[in-house]
Design a protein around this ligand. Structure first.
Ligand code: SF4
Length: 291
């Protein structure tokens, strides 16, 4: 396998084979993100990706059960090319159970329902979607390149196609000023398509990103640990997503809040209330759970 630059993957793909299908991100404008800054986006030729899959087969044999195809927004590739790659991977690895990619709502929404069904039939199991927020003011401020309507449309299409959806909610990305509307409008959006997972990331400034500069200059204010937990509390209170798994599977979070809706809602709220009794100065990122 040949890799270019830093290869990012969600924690839940820790045991997956990683095969880069794209290099960089076709959007590359989110103000909080530094992952692919300075990398010119390109899609690798299908034959090159297939050659990497053959290399993995030589190295690992038949025993690959899960493949994640980075980099950012691999879903932007032509449907016929993705179908070819996924089908080829399934031929090579007879025990393959899961194929996943990153896909922002804007790029997923460009696919027709028929495209998404074809991808599902070719083996696509799950999309990791960085929604970040369902609030249009927040989305616009962070230059996410999507609107809440696009997030809903993409989510509904994926659900209809039977592709699992892992949504990422960025705690604190609206700052204290927009925290409440960020949580309430995100719940409103998520309730309309009911993702399989809602995964929390708590915003922590990273160098080489515009929002880091805004944070350093005082233009953007971070939530305190208690404010971050209160924001998660408000989101969970407003979620009406039966069956959705909520998880804090990332080191950026101050506390591990995990449970299935609706049966674990009260337990998660109690857990948050307990965490809120702990002095902020001692709150640190929590151990993570992989799902
Ligand atoms: S957050 Fe995702 S869509 Fe936004 S710039 Fe980073 S990789 Fe691209």
């Amino acid at each position: 396998m040949r890799y270019e630059g830093v290869v990012y993957r969600p924690p839940s793909e820790a045991n997956s084979l990683l095969i880069q299908a794209t290099i960089g991100c076709p959007h590359n404008k989110c103000t909080f993100c530094s992952m692919y800054k300075g990398t010119k986006f390109r899609i690798r030729p299908v034959e090159e990706i297939k050659a990497d899959l053959r290399m993995a087969k030589i190295y690992y044999g038949d025993w690959i059960k899960s493949i994640f195809f980075p980099d950012g927004n691999t879903i932007i590739m032509k449907t016929k090319d993705l179908v070819e790659i996924f089908s080829y991977a399934r031929q090579l690895f007879p025990f393959l159970e899961r194929i996943t990619v990153y896909g922002s709502a804007r790029f997923v929404d460009k696919k027709s329902l028929e495209d998404l069904i074809a991808l599902k039939e070719a083996g696509l199991s799950r999309i990791h979607m960085g929604m970040e927020s369902g609030d249009d003011t927040v989305l616009s401020r962070i230059c996410k390149g999507t609107t809440s309507d696009q997030i809903i449309s993409a989510g509904l299409k994926l659900k209809q196609a039977g592709v699992e959806l892992s949504e990422y909610y960025l705690v604190g990305i609206g700052g204290p000023e927009l925290s409440e509307q960020h949580a309430i409008n995100s719940a409103r959006v998520l309730n309309q398509f009911i993702p399989d997972f809602i995964r929390f990331r708590t915003y922590q400034p990273v160098q080489n990103s515009p929002l880091y500069e805004q944070y350093i200059s005082g233009e953007f204010e971070l939530l305190t640990p208690h404010q971050a937990l209160q924001e998660i509390r408000l989101l969970i209170e407003n979620l009406d997503c039966p069956g959705t798994m909520v998880t804090s599977d990332h080191v950026s979070n101050y506390w591990n809040i995990t449970g299935r809706l609706p049966q674990d809602r009260e337990a998660m709220l109690q857990e948050i209330d307990y965490a809120l009794t702990i002095p902020e100065s001692t709150l640190r990122p929590a151990p993570i759970t992989h799902l």
